[in-house]
Design a protein around this ligand. Structure first.
Ligand code: APR
Length: 251
Protein backbone atom coordinates (compact mmCIF):
# COMPACT_ATOMS: atom_id res chain seq x y z
CA UNK A 1 0.00 0.00 0.00
CA UNK A 2 1.55 3.31 -1.05
CA UNK A 3 0.50 6.25 1.09
CA UNK A 4 -0.96 9.55 -0.13
CA UNK A 5 2.22 11.64 0.31
CA UNK A 6 4.31 9.06 -1.59
CA UNK A 7 1.78 9.14 -4.44
CA UNK A 8 1.90 12.93 -4.62
CA UNK A 9 5.72 12.89 -4.61
CA UNK A 10 5.78 10.20 -7.32
CA UNK A 11 3.44 12.30 -9.46
CA UNK A 12 5.69 15.36 -9.03
CA UNK A 13 8.71 13.26 -10.10
CA UNK A 14 6.79 11.83 -13.06
CA UNK A 15 5.74 15.32 -14.21
CA UNK A 16 9.28 16.76 -13.86
CA UNK A 17 11.64 16.89 -16.83
CA UNK A 18 15.06 17.27 -15.17
CA UNK A 19 15.29 15.55 -11.80
CA UNK A 20 18.56 15.91 -9.86
CA UNK A 21 19.26 14.15 -6.56
CA UNK A 22 21.54 15.46 -3.79
CA UNK A 23 22.58 12.85 -1.23
CA UNK A 24 24.32 13.03 2.12
CA UNK A 25 25.60 10.61 4.73
CA UNK A 26 22.06 9.69 5.83
CA UNK A 27 21.51 7.60 2.69
CA UNK A 28 24.40 5.29 3.69
CA UNK A 29 23.44 4.84 7.36
CA UNK A 30 21.37 1.74 6.46
CA UNK A 31 24.56 0.38 4.86
CA UNK A 32 26.20 0.60 8.30
CA UNK A 33 28.18 3.80 7.70
CA UNK A 34 27.56 6.36 10.47
CA UNK A 35 26.46 9.84 9.42
CA UNK A 36 28.03 12.95 10.99
CA UNK A 37 25.30 14.89 12.79
CA UNK A 38 22.54 12.35 13.38
CA UNK A 39 21.99 10.86 16.85
CA UNK A 40 24.92 8.39 16.40
CA UNK A 41 26.91 10.65 14.12
CA UNK A 42 30.68 10.63 13.80
CA UNK A 43 30.92 14.21 15.05
CA UNK A 44 29.28 13.08 18.28
CA UNK A 45 32.36 10.89 18.92
CA UNK A 46 35.15 12.77 17.20
CA UNK A 47 35.77 16.52 17.23
CA UNK A 48 35.62 17.71 13.59
CA UNK A 49 38.00 20.55 14.49
CA UNK A 50 40.56 17.95 15.55
CA UNK A 51 40.02 15.32 12.82
CA UNK A 52 38.04 17.00 10.06
CA UNK A 53 40.21 19.94 8.93
CA UNK A 54 43.23 19.99 6.63
CA UNK A 55 45.22 21.95 9.22
CA UNK A 56 44.51 19.39 11.97
CA UNK A 57 45.37 16.57 9.53
CA UNK A 58 48.74 18.13 8.68
CA UNK A 59 49.63 19.07 12.26
CA UNK A 60 48.38 15.88 13.87
CA UNK A 61 47.63 13.12 11.33
CA UNK A 62 47.55 10.41 14.00
CA UNK A 63 44.13 11.61 15.26
CA UNK A 64 42.76 11.57 11.71
CA UNK A 65 44.10 8.09 11.07
CA UNK A 66 42.67 6.81 14.39
CA UNK A 67 39.20 7.83 13.17
CA UNK A 68 39.96 6.63 9.63
CA UNK A 69 41.11 3.20 10.88
CA UNK A 70 37.83 2.79 12.81
CA UNK A 71 35.75 3.82 9.79
CA UNK A 72 37.82 2.27 6.97
CA UNK A 73 36.73 -1.39 7.45
CA UNK A 74 33.06 -0.27 7.65
CA UNK A 75 33.50 1.91 4.55
CA UNK A 76 35.32 -0.69 2.45
CA UNK A 77 32.93 -3.52 3.37
CA UNK A 78 29.72 -1.50 3.06
CA UNK A 79 27.13 -2.57 0.51
CA UNK A 80 24.53 -0.40 -1.20
CA UNK A 81 21.14 -0.43 0.57
CA UNK A 82 17.62 -0.27 -0.98
CA UNK A 83 17.88 3.53 -1.15
CA UNK A 84 20.94 3.40 -3.43
CA UNK A 85 19.30 0.75 -5.60
CA UNK A 86 16.08 2.75 -5.83
CA UNK A 87 17.97 5.80 -7.15
CA UNK A 88 19.83 3.61 -9.67
CA UNK A 89 16.47 2.24 -10.83
CA UNK A 90 15.04 5.76 -11.13
CA UNK A 91 18.03 6.68 -13.32
CA UNK A 92 17.27 3.64 -15.54
CA UNK A 93 13.61 4.79 -15.69
CA UNK A 94 14.89 8.13 -17.00
CA UNK A 95 13.67 9.85 -13.85
CA UNK A 96 17.07 10.82 -12.38
CA UNK A 97 19.49 12.83 -14.55
CA UNK A 98 22.34 12.85 -12.01
CA UNK A 99 23.19 12.29 -8.37
CA UNK A 100 25.29 14.90 -6.61
CA UNK A 101 26.71 13.18 -3.55
CA UNK A 102 28.60 14.44 -0.51
CA UNK A 103 29.44 10.83 0.31
CA UNK A 104 32.86 9.31 -0.30
CA UNK A 105 31.72 5.67 -0.05
CA UNK A 106 31.11 4.96 -3.75
CA UNK A 107 27.84 3.13 -2.94
CA UNK A 108 25.81 4.90 -5.64
CA UNK A 109 28.16 3.56 -8.30
CA UNK A 110 28.13 0.09 -6.69
CA UNK A 111 24.32 0.16 -6.86
CA UNK A 112 24.50 0.88 -10.60
CA UNK A 113 24.03 4.66 -10.79
CA UNK A 114 25.98 6.00 -13.76
CA UNK A 115 25.98 9.80 -13.41
CA UNK A 116 27.37 10.44 -9.92
CA UNK A 117 29.16 13.66 -9.01
CA UNK A 118 31.35 13.27 -5.90
CA UNK A 119 31.68 16.82 -4.57
CA UNK A 120 33.57 15.76 -1.42
CA UNK A 121 35.93 13.34 -3.17
CA UNK A 122 36.23 9.61 -2.58
CA UNK A 123 38.37 6.97 -0.88
CA UNK A 124 39.44 5.20 -4.08
CA UNK A 125 42.63 7.25 -4.51
CA UNK A 126 45.10 9.57 -2.81
CA UNK A 127 47.24 12.49 -4.00
CA UNK A 128 50.37 14.36 -3.03
CA UNK A 129 49.17 17.72 -1.73
CA UNK A 130 52.32 19.37 -3.08
CA UNK A 131 52.85 18.01 -6.63
CA UNK A 132 49.35 16.40 -7.01
CA UNK A 133 50.83 13.04 -8.05
CA UNK A 134 48.07 10.40 -7.87
CA UNK A 135 48.29 7.19 -5.80
CA UNK A 136 45.99 4.18 -5.38
CA UNK A 137 44.49 3.89 -1.91
CA UNK A 138 46.58 0.72 -1.42
CA UNK A 139 49.77 2.82 -1.21
CA UNK A 140 48.34 4.82 1.68
CA UNK A 141 46.98 1.75 3.46
CA UNK A 142 50.33 -0.04 3.23
CA UNK A 143 52.27 3.01 4.46
CA UNK A 144 49.91 3.59 7.40
CA UNK A 145 50.02 -0.15 8.08
CA UNK A 146 53.78 0.27 8.58
CA UNK A 147 53.00 2.99 11.15
CA UNK A 148 53.82 5.81 8.71
CA UNK A 149 50.88 8.12 9.38
CA UNK A 150 52.04 10.62 6.82
CA UNK A 151 52.70 8.70 3.62
CA UNK A 152 55.25 10.62 1.55
CA UNK A 153 55.29 11.31 -2.18
CA UNK A 154 57.90 9.27 -4.04
CA UNK A 155 58.42 12.21 -6.41
CA UNK A 156 58.72 15.26 -4.18
CA UNK A 157 58.52 13.87 -0.61
CA UNK A 158 55.32 15.86 -0.09
CA UNK A 159 52.40 14.69 2.09
CA UNK A 160 50.12 12.10 0.43
CA UNK A 161 46.45 12.42 1.49
CA UNK A 162 43.34 10.38 0.68
CA UNK A 163 41.27 12.22 -1.97
CA UNK A 164 38.49 13.22 0.42
CA UNK A 165 37.76 16.92 0.97
CA UNK A 166 38.52 18.10 4.49
CA UNK A 167 37.21 21.31 6.04
CA UNK A 168 39.40 24.17 4.84
CA UNK A 169 40.07 22.54 1.46
CA UNK A 170 38.68 23.54 -1.92
CA UNK A 171 36.14 21.18 -3.45
CA UNK A 172 37.10 19.48 -6.74
CA UNK A 173 36.49 22.33 -9.20
CA UNK A 174 34.91 20.28 -11.99
CA UNK A 175 32.57 18.43 -9.62
CA UNK A 176 31.24 21.48 -7.79
CA UNK A 177 30.81 23.49 -11.03
CA UNK A 178 28.80 20.62 -12.51
CA UNK A 179 26.75 20.47 -9.29
CA UNK A 180 25.99 24.20 -9.47
CA UNK A 181 24.97 23.84 -13.14
CA UNK A 182 22.65 20.91 -12.43
CA UNK A 183 21.05 22.64 -9.43
CA UNK A 184 20.32 25.69 -11.59
CA UNK A 185 19.00 23.72 -14.56
CA UNK A 186 16.86 21.10 -12.86
CA UNK A 187 13.13 21.49 -12.35
CA UNK A 188 13.12 19.13 -9.37
CA UNK A 189 15.81 18.63 -6.70
CA UNK A 190 15.43 15.65 -4.39
CA UNK A 191 17.58 15.84 -1.23
CA UNK A 192 18.16 12.52 0.55
CA UNK A 193 19.90 12.09 3.92
CA UNK A 194 21.59 15.45 4.38
CA UNK A 195 21.35 18.02 7.17
CA UNK A 196 22.21 20.70 4.55
CA UNK A 197 24.51 22.61 6.92
CA UNK A 198 27.85 22.36 5.08
CA UNK A 199 28.56 24.90 2.35
CA UNK A 200 28.97 25.21 -0.56
CA UNK A 201 26.80 22.10 -1.07
CA UNK A 202 24.12 23.45 1.27
CA UNK A 203 23.65 26.32 -1.20
CA UNK A 204 22.41 23.94 -3.92
CA UNK A 205 18.75 23.74 -2.78
CA UNK A 206 18.63 27.56 -2.66
CA UNK A 207 20.04 27.73 -6.19
CA UNK A 208 17.37 25.32 -7.42
CA UNK A 209 14.59 27.19 -5.59
CA UNK A 210 15.78 30.52 -7.02
CA UNK A 211 15.36 29.08 -10.51
CA UNK A 212 11.82 27.98 -9.71
CA UNK A 213 12.59 24.30 -9.23
CA UNK A 214 10.50 22.20 -6.89
CA UNK A 215 12.23 20.39 -4.00
CA UNK A 216 11.58 17.18 -2.13
CA UNK A 217 13.50 16.34 1.05
CA UNK A 218 13.69 12.76 2.33
CA UNK A 219 15.35 12.94 5.74
CA UNK A 220 14.81 11.61 9.27
CA UNK A 221 15.22 15.09 10.76
CA UNK A 222 14.06 18.59 9.81
CA UNK A 223 16.57 20.63 7.81
CA UNK A 224 17.07 24.37 7.29
CA UNK A 225 15.35 24.00 3.90
CA UNK A 226 12.38 21.97 5.12
CA UNK A 227 10.15 25.04 5.35
CA UNK A 228 10.85 25.93 1.69
CA UNK A 229 10.48 22.39 0.33
CA UNK A 230 7.40 21.24 -1.56
CA UNK A 231 7.57 17.99 0.42
CA UNK A 232 9.60 16.73 3.37
CA UNK A 233 9.12 13.00 3.88
CA UNK A 234 10.32 12.02 7.36
CA UNK A 235 11.64 8.48 7.32
CA UNK A 236 14.42 6.12 6.41
CA UNK A 237 15.69 6.56 2.87
CA UNK A 238 15.92 2.77 2.48
CA UNK A 239 12.18 2.50 3.16
CA UNK A 240 10.88 5.68 1.47
CA UNK A 241 12.72 5.55 -1.87
CA UNK A 242 11.63 1.99 -2.80
CA UNK A 243 8.01 3.04 -2.10
CA UNK A 244 8.46 6.01 -4.45
CA UNK A 245 9.81 3.68 -7.16
CA UNK A 246 6.83 1.35 -6.59
CA UNK A 247 4.44 4.30 -6.93
CA UNK A 248 6.22 5.54 -10.09
CA UNK A 249 5.58 2.16 -11.68
CA UNK A 250 1.88 2.32 -10.81
CA UNK A 251 1.04 5.83 -12.05
N1 APR B 1 17.29 7.96 6.16
C1 APR B 1 17.08 9.29 5.98
N2 APR B 1 17.78 10.25 6.66
C2 APR B 1 18.71 9.82 7.54
C3 APR B 1 18.97 8.45 7.78
C4 APR B 1 18.20 7.50 7.04
N3 APR B 1 18.37 6.17 7.21
N4 APR B 1 19.94 8.36 8.72
C5 APR B 1 20.29 9.63 9.04
N5 APR B 1 19.55 10.51 8.34
C6 APR B 1 19.64 11.96 8.33
C7 APR B 1 20.04 12.59 9.64
O1 APR B 1 18.89 12.88 10.40
C8 APR B 1 20.75 13.86 9.20
O2 APR B 1 19.86 14.96 9.12
O3 APR B 1 20.68 12.29 7.43
C9 APR B 1 21.26 13.54 7.78
C10 APR B 1 22.75 13.40 7.70
O4 APR B 1 23.31 14.67 7.96
P1 APR B 1 24.89 14.80 8.24
O5 APR B 1 25.28 13.74 9.20
O6 APR B 1 25.16 16.23 8.56
O7 APR B 1 25.55 14.40 6.85
P2 APR B 1 25.78 15.33 5.58
O8 APR B 1 24.65 16.30 5.42
O9 APR B 1 26.08 14.44 4.45
O10 APR B 1 27.12 16.15 5.98
C11 APR B 1 27.67 16.96 5.00
O11 APR B 1 29.57 17.33 6.45
O12 APR B 1 31.23 16.63 7.88
C12 APR B 1 30.95 16.94 6.56
O13 APR B 1 32.13 16.14 4.72
C13 APR B 1 31.16 15.76 5.64
O14 APR B 1 29.99 15.30 3.58
C14 APR B 1 29.81 15.59 4.96
C15 APR B 1 29.16 16.95 5.15
Amino acid sequence: MVDEQILRVAKLIKDSKRVVVLTGAGISVESGIPDFRGPNGLWKRFDPNKVGTITSFLSNPEDWWKMAQEIAPILFNAKPNPAHYALAEMEKMGKVEAIITQNIDGLHQKAGSKKVIEVHGNVRSASCIQCKKKYGIEYVISEVGKGNFIPRCTECDGVVKVDVVMFGEMLPEEAISEAYRLAQECDLLIVVGSSLVVYPVAALPGMALNRGAKTIIINEEKTGYTRYADYHIYGKAGEVLPKIVEALKEI
